[in-house]
Design a protein around this ligand. Structure first.
Ligand code: FPP
Length: 235
């Protein structure tokens, strides 16, 4: 039996459909999703989860209407400047993964401020993937590595599966459990390197409806998995 997963990732899908099915604007779904994330982060921390990575905005989400992108960015700023204060008080450290290019200055400032405010917190890390893509992360890591090899800082022999993590946006452990809400069964370019042996839990619930008790169900699913990492069971 496994214990509580060390690192959980969540693809928070279904905000738009949650709203549309209620006759609301898509933005209302994102707002409700924000409330759900707040509840889940505190619950995960209380269960002893050490790392929680969430997909807030992908590099491809820039293809959405300007109105929706701007609403999401405003909502993120609101969360970073206000709501996540409770998270800070609860000893959760906030970090970000993703590219800084194309992000508005006010978004970058709010990201910097919450990172700074929470940098000494130690119970749990909330990794917010913003302007993030898994392939982009691998490409960006490869560029950093090539650069260090060219400058003679490292030798190519120094590279291996484990040392590669240092070059990703954040040096976090691999994902143990990946949750995707919102009915679809795909990975959508999320943490491709880190999910190499993750157990995957798909939920039909739209993200705003995915509550702490649903996280408990996902963790129960994980606990019952036999994780062999490509080996065979010895007992
Ligand atoms: C995917 O649903 C969700 C997003 C693109 C945004 C996720 C953002 C939040 C939950 C807001 C709060 C986040 C933080 C970090 C404070 P979708 O819009 O693709 O839904 P659909 O598939 O139903 O259209």
């Amino acid at each position: 039996m496994n214990g509580v997963p060390n690192h959980i990732g969540i693809i928070m899908d279904g905000n738009g459909r949650w709203a549309t099915e209620r006759g609301l604007k898509r933005s209302a779904g994102h707002k409700e999703g924000g409330k759900t994330l707040e509840e889940l982060a505190l619950h995960a921390k209380n269960l002893g989860v050490k790392y929680l990575s969430v997909y807030a905005f992908s590099t491809d989400n820039f293809k959405r209407s300007e109105e929706e992108v701007n609403y999401l960015m405003d909502l993120l700023i609101y969360y970073f400047n206000n709501k996540l204060e409770k998270v800070c008080k609860d000893n959760i450290k906030v970090v970000f993964s993703g590219r800084k290019v194309n992000l508005r200055n006010d978004v970058l400032e709010a990201m910097e401020s919450i990172t700074e405010k929470t940098k000494n917190n130690t119970d749990c890390v909330l990794n917010i993937c913003l302007n993030y893509g898994g392939e982009e992360e691998i490409v960006d890591a490869t560029i950093k590595i090539a650069d260090e090899i060219n400058k003679g800082i490292i030798k190519k022999e120094d590279l291996n599966r484990e040392s590669y993590y240092q070059y990703l946006y954040q040096n976090l452990p691999p994902l143990d459990l990946l949750i995707r809400t919102g009915k679809e069964k795909r990975l959508s370019n999320f943490m491709l390197y880190q999910m190499y042996y993750a157990e995957i839990y798909f939920s039909d619930l739209y993200f705003p409806d995915f509550k702490p008790k649903d996280l408990d169900d996902a963790i129960e699913f994980y606990k019952n998995k036999d994780r062999r990492f490509g080996g065979v069971k010895t007992n």
